[in-house]
Design a protein around this ligand. Structure first.
Ligand code: ACM
Length: 630
């Protein structure tokens, strides 16, 4: 009987049809036992913070901040157990580790317990997600019961490294915006913000020993349109676009993040991606000249097979001792600001064509017996790793740091697919998996006919297939993974959220949830609940998951056949070829290829779910479909 009961509970926990309205937690917890009934928070409910650790009370108080905004009342905080109360307590339970927690919701009280404070924080996030979505409302919500379903949750994360990388170089995000991003991350149990602080388009952190990095290196010319295809700025165009964080700003951000159990890892991307650096200090380049911070005009040529050359030398000179003096000072100041144990040194996409021509580099190669450019980069990375470890930090870099050999102590961030991570783990390095094909949330998430153009596409369903541990690799060496938010094409916070969510939900789940609990059909209703949370808190998200993948085939007589792949269960696709806007009374795709009428110039499609329009109307020029036809 007990076995049957447990099986029913398990079924309830994983079966969307029964649990979707009640349990909408993202990432899906390890164990959920749904009961019947509910606990209702009213102004008479109390919060009980049990124990002497001040974090317990601080975390418990965060519930009040949410209630005050959305429900218009706060709860009294006491320190003795009682009925009609929400208890927060630390209980030694080694199996919960640093971040695991339990939430028990009964009719009469609620208890959140954890082994350590981080777990209480995550228990609170889950509790907030058990409340009606209106708890996220920016404005007061009345006429609602603040009910929480009776449930027992035991939860621990699959990985300790659950990151989002934010590129603030290509487009600058203010301190307040970065804080908002940290808030979003914490809700979904991310615990690391990787701060990409330097690149060709801007240096974003005050370095007191090298002031020009921010008086010169933080400023470019504002352009709008298609990044990489912008016109070259003229000498008279104002260089007033950009910004940087002072060291005081950084301290504030680190503290703000820490209060939400998020660490911040800085990245200083060298030796490539360094145009802003050489614009500030041209002598750090191997190629004498005058440089400007890039404003989005193209200066790299990308060739087949992942090869590239630079038209302007955007690298630091590996043969110049002043470069290592510079990096020593920079990493010293950076290390002092960020308590996180790793410093990221970039290392990616370093063009070597100017190094190849440099007499200094040739002399370095002869002196150090370096046979090729990989060996030169490896020499550089080796020098940087000594600097980083002298600052008491561990070094991590993009997977190119493996080229030519790498010190054992360095960790590798695999971005060119999983293969760099597999190779690194086989060599005994620690690995963070950030493969572009699963976690590059700057890629388009829907059809190129509609989404702002980026060079590749990553749909939500593919993101949801991310598994950081490849077959045959020691899982102990895989520290976790990250969503990477490159911002060449992301100009503002609203679009940043659009790009990150819902793919950020999928990555949160891949990094937290036991693999066996991941289930696309169960994920979607939870995503929909969180869309409502985003709506009531005025945050943008992408509805692209509702929009179909369009497949085109050639038919006889130069005709075309169209099919649609629908990724979200229950979505119907309606279409038109007569240029009018389809709605749910228009023909629906029924799984049978559609012949495009001879004279049609446009296919328009729109998605409906439960009689409601979801997603957006997408217009496909037939001429474009012809190009795609196989
Ligand atoms: C990268 O995307 N260049 C790390």
């Amino acid at each position: 009987m007990k076995k049957l009961f447990v099986s029913i509970l398990f079924f309830l926990a994983i079966c969307p049809a029964f649990s979707q309205q009640k349990i909408n937690i993202i990432p899906q917890p390890a164990e959920v036992k749904l009961g019947t009934g509910e606990f209702v928070i009213t102004p008479a409910t109390t919060i009980v913070a049990l124990g002497s650790d001040p974090e317990i009370k601080r975390i418990a108080g965060m519930l009040n901040q949410e209630l005050k905004r959305a429900a218009g009342f706060e709860l009294k905080i006491g320190s003795y157990p009682s009925k009609n109360a929400i208890h927060f307590k630390l209980l030694p339970e080694v199996a919960l580790g640093k971040e695991g927690y339990r939430v028990r919701v009964g009719y009469e009280d609620v208890e959140i317990s954890a082994n350590q404070p981080a777990g209480l924080f995550y228990g609170l996030q889950s509790l907030l997600q058990l409340l009606p979505y209106q708890i996220e409302s920016k404005t007061l919500v009345t006429n609602i019961k603040w009910s929480i379903p009776v449930v027992e949750i035991k939860d621990v994360p699959r990985f300790g490294w659950r990151g989002q990388m934010l590129d603030v170089s290509r487009h600058f995000f203010t301190k307040k915006e970065v804080m908002e991003m940290i808030d979003d991350m914490a809700k979904y149990k991310y615990n690391l913000m990787h701060f990409h602080l330097t690149d060709d388009q801007g240096w974003r952190i005050e370095i007191k020993s090298y002031p020009k990095l921010t008086t010169v290196g933080a400023w470019s010319v504002k352009k709008e349109g298609q990044f990489h295809a912008f016109s070259k700025p003229g000498p008279d165009e104002p260089r007033d676009y950009g910004g940087f964080y002072t060291q005081e700003d950084i301290k504030e951000l680190v503290k703000y993040a820490k209060e939400r159990y998020v660490d911040i890892m800085p990245e200083i991307d060298v030796p490539g991606h360094s145009m802003a650096t050489v614009a500030s200090y041209p002598d750090l380049s191997c190629t004498p000249g005058t440089y400007v911070v890039n404003s989005g005009d193209g200066f790299m040529d990308w060739h087949a097979g992942g090869h590239f050359t630079a038209r302007v030398d955007n690298t630091l000179c590996p043969a110049n001792e002043n470069v290592y003096v510079f990096l020593d000072k920079v990493f010293e100041e950076v290390a002092a600001l960020f308590p996180f144990e790793y410093l990221h040194m970039g290392g990616d996409e370093c063009a070597k064509n100017f190094w190849e021509k440099s007499p200094q580099v040739k002399a370095l190669m002869a002196r150090e017996n370096l046979k090729d450019m990989h060996a030169v980069q490896s020499y550089f990375v080796g020098r940087v790793s000594k600097i980083v470890s002298a600052k008491g930090k561990k070094m991590i870099g993009w997977d190119e740091i493996l080229d030519g050999g790498l010190v054992k102590s360095a960790a590798v961030m695999s971005w060119r697919g999983m293969k760099g991570g597999i190779q690194a783990a086989k060599m005994g390095h620690e690995v963070v998996m950030t493969p572009a094909e699963f976690v590059y949330v700057d890629y388009m998430q829907g059809d190129a006919a509609f989404e702002p153009h980026v060079y590749s596409t990553l749909r939500l369903k593919k993101t949801y297939q991310f598994d950081p541990v490849p077959v045959g690799v020691d899982p102990k060496l895989i520290k976790g993974g990250q969503a990477n938010i490159w911002t060449e094409q992301i100009y503002n916070m609203r679009h940043m959220r659009y790009m990150v969510w819902p793919r950020g939900f999928a990555i949160a789940e891949a990094l937290w949830t036991p693999k066996a609990n991941m289930n696309w059909n169960n994920f979607i209703p939870r995503v929909e609940n969180h869309f409502k949370r985003f709506e009531v808190s005025n945050k943008k998200y992408a509805p692209s998951m509702y929009e179909p993948v369009v497949k085109v085939k050639k038919a006889p007589n130069s005709r075309l056949l169209i099919d649609f792949d629908v990724e979200v269960p229950g979505v119907d696709v309606h279409y038109s070829f007569d240029n009018s806007f389809p709605d749910n009374y228009y023909p629906a795709y029924a799984g049978k290829s559609i012949l495009v009428p001879v004279d049609a110039t446009q296919l328009k499609v729109v998605s409906y779910k439960e009689e409601k329009e979801v997603g957006r109307t997408i217009v496909f020029p037939v001429a474009e479909l012809k190009k795609r036809a196989k």
